[in-house]
Design a protein. Structure first.
Length: 400
């Protein structure tokens, strides 16, 4: 029920995905007393809750079960969310899934037994964007979810909200600023939920400690969820690219995290060399828009769909630095699917082909170990020339 200092409660049903497991929970033993809540004609007493655990699988954009969430729609909502943050609130530099990028819906097993009175529909159908935000000395996670919705406004329930506001356009916004205690630990939390005619948008930030500082005020959370660009029916601006995806290989020995300046520098160098080496290629995202690796912030990477004169393929690029002394050994033996060569400047090029073809998936792997020990890795299809990728990886300015 706890992850990163966030305590789940009945105010907003929240699903947290971690290593393929979703944990949702609510507070128990709420007091029966009922106090008036501003904006509410009727207030229901707090309810006793329960917790449950359920397995899940990662989803995808353009899911026919949720046709409103296309890749470009997720990207447009992410941009709108980030732009709605106050100008003095900083978004922490992280991988896409931790940078307020709306993610695909989670998929749950069919016929799964959750808990009495709870269905998959109760906990699914929302796209969520998460990230760390800061203002001054205050740092806290922010989680924003958007879901298609055409129901009635729920009744006011004590301890779920402490104020209800109806905006001029009819949108209803519920807010909460409260402290909860679980297992002896206090958590200061603020939430806001907006009910549009076709959408529910919710936001939450929290920190451990009854007087813990939070970087966003309640009214600022309210402004975020009331942004009409978060509605499922809001139009996507023409030319919106798909959102960046998590990428990068597993790093058993993490290195120092890369700064935003370093990632932008090597991204610019990569883009300049790409224009020279692949003048006729087109990608669905700028090739130089690198992000931090999701399995270790010591790498920068990207995944793009590339169209060349010979066809289209997915291309992944990862740039990192690691101890690869054994890669430079002259005793390394080639196999039927792996070959290794050393260029005159000491660059080591290793390539591997996947003997089992998978429909639409990259079948070639290439790594270029520069003299500086900067490692540039690619996975790609036959539509991209490997020698050209070696030239791309030799661009000036890529050394870490």
């Amino acid at each position: 029920m706890r992850r990163g200092g966030v305590l789940l409660d009945v105010a907003v049903v929240v699903a947290i995905v971690a290593v393929g497991t979703v944990v949702a929970g609510v507070l128990e033993d709420q007091p029966p007393s009922v106090e008036p809540i501003p904006g509410c004609d009727v207030v229901l007493p707090a309810e006793e809750g329960f917790s449950f655990t359920i397995g899940s699988y990662g989803g995808r954009y353009d899911n026919p079960d949720y046709p409103w969430l296309t890749a470009t729609k997720a990207s447009a909502m992410s941009t709108a969310l980030i732009e709605s943050l106050p100008t003095d609130v900083e978004l922490e530099f992280a991988s896409p899934s931790n940078s307020l990028v709306f993610q695909p819906m989670d998929i749950y097993p069919e016929g799964v037994d959750i808990a009495e009175g709870v269905t998959v529909e109760d906990i699914s159908g929302d796209s969520t964007a998460s990230g760390g935000v800061g203002r001054g000395d205050a740092r806290a996670p922010l989680r924003v979810s958007v879901e298609e919705w055409d129901g009635e406004i729920p009744p006011c329930v004590e301890e779920r909200i402490d104020e209800r506001t109806t905006l001029p356009d009819g949108t209803v916004v519920d807010t909460l600023d409260a402290v909860s205690v679980y297992d002896g630990v206090s958590t200061h939390r603020r939430t806001a939920v907006a009910y549009f005619a076709d959408t529910v948008a919710s936001a939450r930030t929290s920190n451990e400690g009854s007087d813990a500082l939070l970087p966003l005020e309640v009214d600022e959370l309210s402004n975020i969820v009331a942004n009409p660009q978060l509605r499922v029916t809001a139009e996507v601006p023409e030319g919106t690219p798909p959102p960046p995806r998590d990428c990068g290989s597993y790093r058993e020995n993490p290195t120092l995290p890369l700064s935003r300046d370093v990632v932008e520098r090597i991204g610019a160098s990569l883009a300049d060399q790409w224009a020279v080496v692949f003048p006729e290629a087109q990608s669905d995202r700028p090739i130089g828009d690198l992000v931090l690796g999701s399995f270790g912030s010591g790498s920068a990477c990207t995944v793009v769909n590339v169209s060349t004169p010979t066809g289209s393929t997915e291309l992944s690029i990862e740039i990192s630095i690691r101890d690869t002394t054994e890669w430079r050994s002259t005793d390394a033996q080639d196999s039927s699917s792996v070959s290794r060569s050393t260029l005159p400047d000491g660059t080591v090029v290793t390539s591997r082909s996947d003997e089992t073809q998978r429909g639409g998936q990259p079948s070639e792997w290439l790594s270029v170990l520069r003299p500086s020990n900067t490692l540039v890795q690619f996975s790609f299809g036959d539509e991209i020339d490997a020698d050209s990728l070696v030239e791309l990886a030799s661009a000036p300015g890529l050394d870490l």
